[in-house]
Design a binder for this molecule. Structure first.
Ligand code: NDP
Length: 493
């Protein structure tokens, strides 16, 4: 029988008030992997009450005390590395090779990073005049709501939770319904690490009910959201009712530009990584490829050849590098984009079908798919696919490449492949995106800020910048004159 998970509220596992559950499906087999609580607004309210109660004592600890909880949590994560990796593989379909060696160790490292970074936070003293002292201090916001997507179930929550916790906030996490289990486990581990009851809560259930109740709740001070642009717009609207700040990490349609004279072998290897890591379910995945006309044929051949080697199959097999897509409806949506690309006249160079092997037959697999002879006007070159499907476009000049790259409503990331670093830097300055890589695609460090512009959202995750997202800067002014009448009081006389 499938294991049953409750919500995690006030340090306890609890069923949804309604008693309802929802199925978590293993995307590699199509079978039910577990049952999770299908919570509703009443459960959100319960979690908010638990967090409101816990918040003052958590905020009242020193940053060093909170930092130690994060360091302990990082150790607990690594002590349970295999368990967490298997859980994430089961609910999301990511190959165990990746969850063991990437997601789980990185989640542990990111908690370590936040534990250290917060201890270096400072305020300012402002030399406005000799008769006063003026300073800024940073305060936690109180209770924050963190709404996360399914594409990296552990990492997407750690990015927000690490920063929000260490800065002294009590958190309510609304994890993705298709993959909520890793988040639940992390909350339990946070309690073992020393986070008091009510400081980390997880409420599972549909975004339209649980997510919206969290966004609208008057006692929630901020929403940190990663997910689809349409959902982000809806959250902005709802948050405006309580004038609640929102951090939005939204979709992307990321350009990969290969300039004349670039190292084609290196670019082709980077293209396979940038396009197909995590089966392309990455907000920053390379999806629009702009190739200089002098290299178009050579690059296409090498890219296709390298992508053909990717081994997809059972995600629990250490040899598998590509797993299924995360759920059935998403697989169907990705296949619709493949159909649309063909109808728009793109030339299929690789893939375009479901792999049909005994290992993959029941799962939600899509083979790595590359289209050539594309234009920006094709629908699949404008909309975020979030799967292993990319298109190649040929260009002649650097100006044309920049203008093609900017021809999108998104602004998350881009990469430029060139031997001329000066040219790369100039182009990077002209591309409207939150991150531009030169001779690399899709590399993210704890220390570097992450976030987009345009319809890719605003605000930053990671780096010390995210600490600003979960604190309020308060200005404090102290009069040093000590006289009943100040000079400016004369203005009223
Ligand atoms: P969704 O926007 O569908 O879901 C994200 C989260 O929001 C889920 O927990 C979901 O709950 C919840 N949600 C859905 N509707 C609402 C609502 N009306 N109010 C409040 N919460 C809601 O995105 P996906 O999970 O499909 O994630 C994929 C998207 O995330 C892609 O567009 C991708 O680009 C983006 N992303 C962006 C990143 C970045 O850093 N910019 C990083 C990773 C992903 P439920 O699961 O129950 O529907």
């Amino acid at each position: 029988m499938a294991e049953r998970y409750g919500a995690y509220i006030g340090g306890k596992w609890v069923n949804a008030e309604s008693g309802e559950t929802m199925e978590v499906i293993n995307p590699a087999t199509g079978q039910v992997a577990a049952l999770a609580a299908r919570c509703g607004p009443a459960d959100v309210d319960k979690a908010v009450r638990a967090a409101v109660e816990a918040a003052p004592a958590w905020a009242g600890k020193t940053v060093g005390e909170r930092s130690k909880v994060l360091l302990k949590l990082s150790q607990i994560i690594m002590a349970n590395q295999e368990h967490l990796a298997r859980l994430e593989t089961m609910e999301h379909g990511s190959p165990i090779r990746k969850t063991m060696n990437f997601d789980v160790p990185l989640a542990a490292e990111q908690f370590e990073y936040f534990a250290g970074a917060a201890r270096a936070m400072t305020g300012e003293t402002l030399p406005v005049g000799p008769w006063c002292a003026s300073m800024t201090i940073r305060e936690p916001l109180g209770v924050v709501g963190l709404i996360t997507p399914w594409n990296f179930p552990a990492l997407m929550v750690v990015w927000k939770l690490g920063a929000a916790l260490v800065t002294g906030n009590a958190c309510i996490i609304k994890p993705p319904s298709v993959a909520p289990l890793t988040t639940l486990k992390l909350a339990e581990m946070a309690a073992v690490a020393g986070a008091p009851a009510g400081v980390v809560n997880v409420v599972t259930g549909p975004g339209e009910t649980v997510g919206e109740a969290l966004v609208k709740h008057p006692d929630v001070a901020k929403i940190g959201f990663t997910g689809d642009t349409m959902t982000g717009k809806r959250i902005m609207k709802l948050a405006s009712e309580t004038v609640k700040p929102v951090g939005l990490e939204l979709g992307g349609k990321n350009a990969f530009i290969v300039m004349e004279g670039a190292d084609v072998d290196s670019a082709a290897a980077g293209a396979v990584w940038g396009a197909f890591f995590n089966s392309g379910q990455v907000c920053a995945a390379a999806s629009r490829f702009y190739i200089h006309e002098s290299l178009y044929d050579e690059f296409s051949k090498k890219f296709v050849l390298a992508a053909r080697q990717l081994r997809y199959g059972d995600p629990l097999d250490m040899g598998t590098v590509m797993g299924p897509l995360a759920y059935r409806a998403h697989r169907d949506r990705v296949e619709d984009y493949i159909k649309a690309a063909k109808e728009d006249g793109a030339k299929l160079l690789l893939g375009g079908e479901r792999p049909d092997t005994p290992e993959t037959r029941n799962g939600f697999y899509v083979a790595p798919t590359i289209f050539g002879d594309c234009t920006n006007r094709m629908r699949f070159m404008q909309e975020e696919i979030f799967g292993p499907v990319v298109g190649l476009v040929c260009f002649k000049t650097a100006d044309e490449a920049v203008s093609l790259a900017n021809d999108t409503r998104y602004g998350l990331s881009a990469s430029i492949w060139t031997k001329d670093v000066r040219q790369g830097l100039v182009m990077a300055g002209r591309i409207k995106a939150g991150t531009v890589w030169i001779n690399e695609h899709l590399i993210i460090f704890c220390e570097t800020p992450w976030g987009g512009c345009k319809e890719s959202g605003w605000g930053k995750d990671l780096s010390t910048m995210v600490l600003d997202e979960y604190t309020m800067t308060k200005h404090i002014y102290i009069d040093l004159i000590g006289q009943p009448e100040r000079p400016w009081h004369g203005l009223l006389k």
